[in-house]
Design a protein around this ligand. Structure first.
Ligand SMILES: CC(C)(COP(=O)(O)OP(=O)(O)OC[C@H]1O[C@@H](n2cnc3c(N)ncnc32)[C@H](O)[C@@H]1OP(=O)(O)O)[C@@H](O)C(=O)NCCC(=O)NCCS
Length: 194
């Protein structure tokens, strides 16, 4: 896959780190992730990788990719219907690396009229590269309300860590949705009230 729009320095570092002939960061990253790099070198790579992530509104052409990367998308017909309707209603953003869709997020305003991030998914092979954080930033700047909410299961430690890391606050618990796995509500006050 061509990487011509990537900074040459980024491709050079990825090549050096992976010591192979791949020309695509998408092809390189599994190898990079498997490397035992010093924290300083990994931090440099993470900055480079973050700069390669682009966020844009989802279009109908992204639906198959969104279904494929979603943790339940391939087997859950209801999720597929939701993804199609979110995209049609222009509620979804996708995150791309090297022209490949690797994550998506959805914002709605059906939660007491407030912004609510209904869904956030990043393909397993592309996690811990800042894709979710960048998707959240984009939704925050697009959010039409002063308050933005989201939620996750008590069992979902990665999502809780992410929300803590990017400044969301706990804002209550809803029981009896998923049996034995309460839903934790999170909140962030957005500066750009519209
Ligand atoms: C939760 C999820 C969206 C995170 O996506 P991601 O792109 O890997 O997250 P990021 O790379 O932007 O993470 C940013 C920060 O969040 C925290 N974080 C994210 N995932 C983490 C994990 N598995 N363990 C610890 N901290 C984590 C870290 O502080 C991370 O920064 P660092 O990598 O520099 O340490 C992803 O794991 C996912 O898609 N999970 C399955 C679907 C899901 O559960 N969605 C949420 C509920 S709808």
């Amino acid at each position: 896959m061509a990487s011509s729009h990537l900074p040459a320095s980024a491709v050079a570092v990825l090549h050096r780190e992976t010591a192979n002939k791949h020309t695509s960061p998408n092809a390189c990253w599994p190898a990079v992730a498997a490397l035992r790099l010093s924290s300083k070198r990994r931090a440099v790579l993470n900055v480079i990788c973050e700069n390669m992530i682009s966020i844009r509104p989802a279009t109908i052409r992204d639906v198959d990719a969104m279904i494929s990367l979603d943790t339940t998308g391939l087997e859950d017909k209801a999720r597929q219907v939701h993804i199609r309707s979110w995209v049609a209603a222009e509620k979804a953003m996708v995150g791309e690396i090297d022209g490949v869709v690797v994550g998506y997020a959805v914002i709605e305003y059906t939660f007491f009229g407030q912004g609510f991030i209904t869904m956030l998914q990043v393909a397993e092979a592309h996690r811990r590269r800042g894709v979710a954080a960048k998707l959240l930033m984009r939704l925050e700047s697009a959010c039409r309300t002063e308050k933005l909410f989201t939620s996750t299961n008590e069992s979902n430690a990665p999502m809780q860590r992410l929300l803590d890391a990017v400044g969301y606050l706990r804002s209550g618990t809803v029981y009896n949705l998923d049996e034995g796995d309460p839903e934790l509500i999170y909140f962030k006050r957005i500066a750009n009230d519209r």
